[in-house]
Design a protein around this ligand. Structure first.
Ligand code: MUC
Ligand code: MG
Length: 375
């Protein structure tokens, strides 16, 4: 099996409602689709979704990096040799984890499809066939967040929620999270994510109150580089502290696990630079006795299916996942849709990621330029 072509397409999907995070309010989401074909015309799909101002990535840069630097040396390579694919890309460019992840995903999908197995089979096999799925409440207003959560409980889509903090006065943040938790009651788990917005003094003040309010876990309270601060908060509080932005490379995850600077990790395929590396981060966490949360960067059907495949192999996925991207978007570019039922996302049974592209939809949502590399 040889890679014959690697194509990138930037597309934008509208959301059903504004989604408010500390770093941006999202009305439409930019994504990069990667399509890899072998010499027999078989296709594998990968996807990188970019949350504005979340990190260093942009969809335009991802497309350029793939088209100009990462794709050419991979033409003719065997997509089944995933470690060689990663080494080739690392030899050309450092970092650029989202771009590398999207290419590696497409290799995984291509190979698993050709083998007729779900992608999870390439990573030791699934231990879960469905994943509890949390919804991020992004209205930025307690009453609206509570109303949305109640609607989701009624529709049996989500029975756990996450309140986004860090977008204003910490007192308002804490009051909003506490109001949501109080309204939803003991049976409904509520997470909080500050997306690096606080310093240690503010975080200490806020986490104490979030713990009292019954919030289950606090995600990334401090800036990503503050490993010492995260360690002190983890030691100080009973409520678990989760690292998200702080752990991207396998090495950064190992550094956090080594000094126990978090109780839990949020894992994401694009953030870690691919499915193999996500599996490695998960193994580090499991070996260190940490718990795991299947994170999202707001993927569409392709990325959601890919993330779900790797999350399905993670036994310590104690916090479930937050793969709600397809439910946030008003439309889709795939023929098949991820299935959400009884508060869970069903892990697509494959082969590969189990997703194919709806060409008309992609033509409609793509930006005006597609890059192409052909042997
Ligand atoms: C994050 O920090 O987890 C994921 C979902 C969402 O709404 O924002 C994020 C990023
Ligand atoms: Mg987060």
């Amino acid at each position: 099996m040889r890679i014959a072509s690697i194509e990138t397409v930037v597309f934008d999907l509208p959301t059903t409602r504004p989604h408010k995070l500390a770093m941006a309010t999202i009305n439409q989401q930019g994504l990069v689709l990667v399509r890899i074909r072998d010499e027999d015309g078989n296709e594998g799909l990968g996807e990188a979704s970019v949350i504005p101002h979340y990190g260093a990535e942009t969809v335009e840069a991802i497309q350029l990096v793939i088209d100009r630097y990462l794709a050419p040396p991979l033409i003719g390579a065997d997509p089944a040799l995933l470690r060689n694919v990663l080494a080739t890309m690392d030899g050309v460019l450092k970092d650029n984890l989202y771009a590398k992840a999207a290419i590696e995903m497409a290799c995984v999908d291509l190979v698993a499809r050709r083998m007729g197995v779900p992608a999870s089979a390439l990573f030791g096999g699934a231990v879960w066939d469905r994943l509890p799925v949390l919804l991020v409440l992004g209205a930025g207003d307690a009453d609206k967040d509570i109303a949305q959560a109640r609607e989701m409980l009624d529709r049996r889509l989500h029975d756990r929620f996450l309140v986004k903090l860090g977008n204003g006065d910490p007192r308002d943040d804490v009051a909003r999270a506490a109001a949501v938790k109080k309204a939803l009651g003991d049976d409904v788990r509520v997470h909080a994510d500050a997306n690096q917005s606080w310093n240690e003094a503010t975080a200490t003040w806020a986490i104490e109150r979030l713990e009292d309010a019954g919030v289950a876990i606090v995600e990334q309270p401090l800036p990503r580089a503050d490993i010492d601060g995260m360690r002190r908060l983890t030691e100080r509080f009973t409520i678990p502290i989760m690292a998200d932005e702080a752990i991207d490379t396998v090495e950064s995850a190992a550094a956090f696990a080594r000094v126990r600077a978090a109780d839990a990790f949020s894992i994401k395929v694009t953030k870690h630079g691919g499915m193999l590396r996500t599996r490695e981060v998960a193994s580090i966490a499991e070996a260190a006795g940490l718990t795991l949360f299947g994170g999202t960067m707001l993927e569409s059907g392709v990325g959601t299916a890919a993330f779900a495949q790797i999350f399905s192999t993670v036994r310590a996925l104690d916090w479930g996942c937050q793969l709600f991207g397809p439910l946030l978007f008003a439309d889709t570019i795939t023929v098949e849709q991820p299935v959400y039922r009884d508060f869970q996302l069903e892990v697509p049974a494959g082969p590969g990621f189990g997703m194919t592209i709806d060409e008309d939809k992609l033509a409609f949502y793509r930006r005006d330029r597609a890059g192409q590399r052909t042997a």
